[in-house]
Design a protein around this ligand. Structure first.
Ligand code: NAP
Length: 229
């Protein structure tokens, strides 16, 4: 598929709502061609010829493979991959439960890893991979005992960031990004307690992505500084 001369292509997972939706709007406005995933697939929210919707359910291997096949067939190159899709069904709870543990790790860790792997070969020299993580996955900054699956999944995602950084050294820049405490429905109370709107968070994430950042870092987009791992 032709994405236009000099137009950069970005693949963003989880663009139906929240941070992914705002990031998509921001990058379309900045002249990017956006391939955006959601479980539903045929999103109508982005009225742009520079948006290509792809169906992807990160808990379903068949869905992951179909999405990869579509992307690999249609797009020769991907300048940036943003792994944004994520869930937090145990956010705020004090005890782990098997159902939310399985779902959280399938979406935030294994689905994300196995979706990413074949896509990496599409990313050229100086391309970027951004994993939308969370400060809640920082081992150094963890001072509470809640949200076990969510916290552990983001720590695991951060390790994937480190592993990709080592593997892709000198070719592709990789980073984990904490988007801030954002007013989205990932947790109902975020709509009240969150300190950033999705648009504000997306603007900060976007300015980090555009910067010449050091590969292998964990960036706090809200405070605009590094986070300890
Ligand atoms: N909001 C915050 O304060 C905050 C803080 C730190 C980190 N984060 C991280 O930021 C990212 C975006 O979160 P958000 O707050 O914008 O959440 P959100 O509004 O709930 O959006 C989550 C996105 O993930 C997609 N998704 C959910 N389940 C999926 C699955 N099984 N397969 C594929 N995609 C799936 C959803 O798409 P569909 O449901 O349409 O498929 C949706 O587009 C997440 O990784 C989250 O952990 C958020």
């Amino acid at each position: 598929m032709k994405t236009g001369n000099n137009r950069k292509t970005v693949l963003i997972t989880g663009v139906s709502k929240g941070i992914g939706k705002s990031l998509t709007k921001k990058m379309l406005a900045d002249n990017y061609f956006v391939i955006g995933t959601s479980r539903q697939g045929n999103l109508k929210v982005f009225e742009s010829e520079n948006f290509y919707p792809v169906a992807l359910d990160l808990t379903n291997l068949e869905s992951i493979e179909t999405a990869q096949k579509t992307i690999l067939e249609k797009f020769p190159q991907m300048d940036i991959l943003i792994n944004n899709a994520g869930v937090g069904p145990d956010l705020g709870s004090q005890k782990p439960d098997r159902k939310s543990f399985a779902q959280t790790f399938e979406v935030n860790v294994s689905g994300t890893v196995f979706f990413t792997e074949p896509i990496i070969k599409l990313i050229p020299q100086n391309g970027k991979i951004i994993n939308i993580s969370s400060r809640m996955g920082s081992m150094d900054e963890c001072e509470t005992s809640d949200s076990i699956a969510y916290r552990m999944s983001k720590s695991a995602l951060n390790m994937y960031t480190k592993i990709l950084t080592n593997r892709l050294k000198g070719k592709i820049k990789v980073a984990s990004v904490h988007p801030g405490w954002v007013k989205t429905t990932i947790r109902e109370s975020n709509l009240v307690n969150g300190t950033l709107t999705p648009e504000e968070s997306a603007a900060r994430i976007f300015s980090f992505i555009k910067s010449d950042f050091e590969s292998g870092m964990f960036w706090n987009a809200e405070k605009e500084g590094k986070i300890l791992w």
